[in-house]
Design a protein around this ligand. Structure first.
Ligand code: CP
Length: 312
């Protein structure tokens, strides 16, 4: 595999899940595969899980991970073509990506959206510039519009909890105090569309995700209706896509409560704001899968890195 920047890079999700489960059962089986290979992790934004689980995945494969907080520690990078660089940016992506490619066999990048400029965000300027100018494979650790390592993780987590042959999975919008990206919701939606599940989305009016992502997935504006007979409820906040990046007034209370989810398994990518997104009683219950989801981040990343290393 040459890159992993989207759920669409997964050609067969069932075989990927099977392989991820094999890796989880024996994480050090391929420790020789990454010997003398370096993974560079470049963070334009904060992270706990992605930062640690991707390094852990690399270590399990015998790779040497090196990490840089690009926003804080590197020279300001210019992404525009033909820019006269007499402003705040000191280095062009053409040199930056080429140089990092000299040090690393694989480059992983995290770069969030502006949430102010929809068109710019949808070009995935940072991620796609690394893909364009790096001479080594590139992995998304969450970009403006997708979080494919998280989406793969979530598919793996659902497959590990076989409640019924074709479970009902609900992606529910939940409240938050800040305007958040659509990336996790987008990649989860794309992953569920590849799985043999009954998948629906619940969100307030004005919060529909991009139609290019949701396609013909049913969207409910009534959370209670969507939650009926649900086996898995995945909570996530996202800002409005239509009124791009805005937080809109919402009539009902969309916080996930124990009363609402009944016996469904609860999922969230973390970090999560307790008693805003979801109440304590859910997170602290046996129905919560959030810690196992975070654990599975390692095996999803390890599968992606393994597939890349096998083609180097
Ligand atoms: N779920 C996730 O990506 O977590 P971090 O932002 O902490 O990496």
């Amino acid at each position: 595999m040459k890159k992993y920047t989207s759920i669409n890079d997964i050609e067969n999700i069932n075989s990927w899940i099977k392989e991820a489960r094999e890796i989880k059962a024996n994480p050090l089986a391929n420790i020789a595969l990454g010997k003398n290979k370096t993974l560079g992790l470049l963070f334009f934004n904060s992270s706990l899980r992605t930062r640690l689980s991707t390094q852990k995945a690399a270590l399990n494969l015998g790779m040497d991970p090196i990490v840089m907080n690009v926003s804080g520690d590197a020279w300001g990078i210019e992404f525009g073509d033909g820019t006269i660089m007499n402003g705040n940016t000191a280095e062009h992506i053409k040199e930056a990506a080429a140089v990092v490619s000299q040090y690393c066999n694989v480059i992983a990048v995290r770069a969030f959206p502006t949430l102010t400029d929809k068109e710019k965000d949808e070009t995935e300027q940072v991620l796609n510039s690394f893909v364009k100018y790096a001479s080594v494979p590139v992995v998304s650790m969450e970009s403006a519009t997708g979080h494919p390592l998280q989406g793969l993780t979530d598919a793996l987590t659902i497959a590990e909890n076989p409640l019924k042959k074709k479970p009902k999975v609900v992606l529910s919008w939940a409240p938050h105090i800040k305007a958040l990206p659509h990336a996790v919701a987008n990649s989860f939606t794309q992953a569920m569309q590849k799985m043999d599940v009954e998948f629906v989305i619940a969100n307030p009016k004005g919060y529909d995700l991009s139609k290019e992502i949701t396609k013909d997935t049913p969207i409910y504006n009534n959370q209670k209706e969507a939650f009926k007979d649900a086996d898995f409820i995945y909570a996530k906040n996202w800002s409005s896509y239509e009124s791009y990046g805005q937080i809109l007034e919402v009539d009902d209370n969309w916080t996930i409560t124990k009363n609402k989810i009944v016996d469904a398994k609860f999922m969230h990518c973390l970090p999560v704001r307790r008693n805003v997104v979801v109440e304590d009683a859910v997170l602290d219950s046996e129905n919560s899968l959030v810690i196992e989801q975070a654990n599975n981040r390692t095996y999803a990343a390890q599968l992606v890195l393994k597939k890349i290393l096998e083609k180097l």
